[in-house]
Design a protein around this ligand. Structure first.
Ligand code: 7RM
Length: 654
């Protein structure tokens, strides 16, 4: 494993423009420089103070941190309820009429949900779940489009102390059943479907298919989103229940169940370097503290802000920064069901204008997609309400940063480039608006209380100007508590590469001023439009097809999606390597994993470059995929192989 030298990063670090905070912004910013000093003096005392001040406890905690590397317990002895913290206490404080979500359906239908509405809806949903047999500790799978019932379902689970596992609605039936089985979920909450690119997209058929192999599921709760437009929503008697037949008749109050600080809040599955996704474990108090505090500081959220995180709730960004962090802060948020291009590329900017959105949080891939269309869509709308912009999911290239700054932020709104992971639960490396002078393309510095470092292969910190591996050197409250059911894999994956340190799997550099520049993954994980996809997972989907003998998958660079999936496939003897087969294999991967994991291109090849010990040399495949001169080929078992592939792929060396 080595950190690749990327010329574009060198060029980007040489980018001399810096963006100091506007003094007027600084004067009233939520984050102030002494935060860093307080956190460095005693990070446990820092988090303990915040936990006491910010969370509402039904029983106060006794011990701030029990750290038996790599297992952390935060705020031990305390009891609380996440749903109470996100809803009830705001209503009790007189904020019942404040809008929690402005929801916008893709076809143009809308709903306004106040904190009082949310309290009633979540309570009813929790009562319905209880009627369906859900009790504290039972796992509930959630597979839904971006409709209000999605956060409502999550909060209803949290109200009962029933951990949820949200499976992104774009995942396949097979991916859903794998996650349900790993979590041993008792109930699935879903919908007949949702709207996508102007068309109804059904979900329930995938659930029915998934449930053929899920022995633990007892009930399915189905939201009616498509209504008459869902042609295939058969309900299985005794198992499937319509949401609108069970939820509205429940009483609108349901006492929140207090749980221990370390009670499992949710599992979220993410790709690792093997074919089996990992169930990342997040617990209650530390997670809620970490997400809510970072949200308030990093986005400078004030009571009258209108905050829009354009991610899907099915990803960790949605969990932490659409649902738990913002609601714990009593924020007004926007929730949009659809894609940015429907009915056309002005959709997002129309939403910003209509709702006077003040804070926008999105991914570089979305910014690049907008860039590709040209600035006329953004320019045609009044975006002057925007005052903070966020970026997440992958390194943001300076061109995209500057475009975002100029065409979306009007040249004034600070940009926060936030680095974090499903595993970290909360943002870890980021500028603080009003405090940090930013450089386009750099995520700048660790958040107060976070100890991040860049180390060489031996775990020694690299000097300023050097590159290496990103590590985290002390526990933080929202950190993963493990991989569900597999403590050994947890230790092995994150804590074994560098003893005593959390290995993030990312390469990083620190420039002469100490700014951190993230360089992307150093393992076999690809990042396509900000989605983590493991090469192994796609490879095993490919080899599960009867025509495939062997497959190797790499991430090639792509101007819009960051990386694109390129597959090299050896077909079995006697199988004709046709174009149709290529198409069929792409579809096969979509069914096995998700359309997101569909290779952009498949090269059918007679052989693959391997080392003498039989390891596929992905580095060479990347060179071929990107049409580059080949790197070091001395470890190749058969040097003629790459030439054959290269000729087949129609790219020449130069
Ligand atoms: C939140 C999220 C995590 C991986 C991570 C990185 C990459 C995320 C940035 C970034 C550079 C950023 N969770 N990544 N944010 N790289 N700059 N600001 O994305 O679990 O799905 O992915 O994403 O490689 O390890 S995730």
């Amino acid at each position: 494993m080595s950190v690749e030298q990327r010329p574009e990063i060198e060029a980007l670090m040489a980018e001399s423009r810096t963006f100091p905070p506007d003094p007027a912004f600084s004067a009233r910013a939520n984050a102030q420089p002494p935060l860093y000093e307080e956190a460095e003096r005693d990070f446990e005392a820092f988090w303990a103070r915040l936990a006491r001040e910010r969370l509402s406890w039904s029983k106060p905690f006794e011990t701030t941190l029990e750290w038996e590397l790599p297992f952390a317990k935060w705020f031990v002895g305390g009891e609380l309820n996440v749903s109470y913290n996100c809803i009830d206490r705001h209503v009790e404080n007189g904020l019942g009429d404040k809008v929690a979500y402005h929801w916008i359906g893709e076809p143009g239908d809308t709903r306004t949900i106040t904190y009082a509405d949310l309290l009633a809806e979540v309570s009813r949903a929790a009562n319905a779940l209880r009627e369906l047999g859900v009790e504290k500790g039972d796992r509930v799978a959630i597979y839904m489009p971006m409709i209000p019932e999605l956060p409502i379902a999550m909060l209803a689970c949290a109200r009962l102390g029933a951990p949820h596992t949200v499976v992104f609605g774009g995942f396949s039936a097979e991916a859903l059943s794998g996650r349900i089985n790993d979590a041993e979920a008792k109930v699935v909450i879903t919908a007949d479907g949702g709207w996508r690119r102007g068309k109804p997209a059904e979900l329930k058929p995938a659930v029915d298919e998934a449930l053929r192999e899920t022995p633990t599921i007892e009930k399915v709760l189905v939201v009616r989103r498509l209504g008459d437009r869902a042609t295939q929503c058969p309900m299985q008697a005794g198992r499937d229940v319509w949401w609108d037949e069970i939820v509205p008749r429940q009483p609108p109050d349901c006492p929140p169940v207090p749980v221990e600080s370390e009670h499992l809040l949710y599992l979220l599955y993410t790709s690792g370097t093997t074919a089996k996704p990992k169930g990342i474990v997040h617990t209650t108090a530390g997670y809620l503290l970490g997400t809510s505090f970072t949200h308030e500081m990093i986005f400078d959220v004030k009571p009258d802000d209108v905050y829009w995180c354009a991610a899907d709730v099915g990803w960790v960004t949605g969990h932490s920064y659409i649902v738990y962090g913002p609601l714990a802060n009593a924020t007004t948020g926007v929730l949009y069901e659809g894609t940015p291009d429907t009915p056309d590329w002005s959709r997002w900017w129309q939403i910003v204008e209509d709702y006077k959105v003040t804070i926008l949080y999105t991914a570089p891939t979305a910014i690049r997609a907008h860039m590709k269309q040209g600035p006329q869509y953004a320019e045609g709308h009044d975006l002057s309400s925007l005052r903070v912009l966020g970026s997440v999911g992958e390194p943001i290239n300076p061109e995209a940063w500057l475009w975002y700054h100029e065409h979306v932020g009007g040249g004034t709104a600070p940009i926060v480039d936030t680095w974090w992971q499903t595993e970290t639960g909360m943002i870890m490396i980021t500028p603080l608006p009003g405090v940090t002078t930013t450089k386009p393309g750099s995520a700048t510095f660790p958040f107060p209380g976070v100890d991040a470092d860049v180390v060489d292969g031996e775990g020694n910190p690299v000097p300023l100007g050097g590159g290496g591996y990103l590590v985290l050197k002390r526990p933080w409250p929202a950190m993963l508590r493990g991989i569900y059911g597999d403590p050994e894999r947890y230790r092995e994956t994150y804590w074994s590469r560098f003893p005593g340190m959390y290995f993030a799997g990312d390469g990083a550099k620190r420039d002469g001023d100490g700014y951190l520049w993230l360089l992307g993954r150093v393992d076999d994980v690809m990042n396509v439009s900000g989605h983590r996809i493991s090469t192994t997972e796609v490879e095993s989907a490919l080899v599960s097809h009867p025509a495939v003998a062997e497959a190797a998958v790499v991430g090639g660079s792509d101007a819009v999606t960051g990386q694109a999936i390129i597959a090299f496939v050896i077909v079995k003897v006697g199988i004709e390597p046709t174009k149709e087969l290529g198409t069929e294999l792409r579809e096969h991967v979509a069914t096995k994993i998700s359309p997101i994991a569909k290779p952009k291109s498949i090269m059918l090849t007679p052989d693959l470059p391997k080392t003498r010990s039989g390891k596929i040399m992905r580095r060479l495949l990347r060179d071929i995929a990107e049409g580059r001169a080949l790197g070091d080929t001395t470890t190749l078992a058969d040097a003629t192989v790459v030439e054959t592939i290269r000729q087949n792929s129609g790219k020449s060396e130069d």
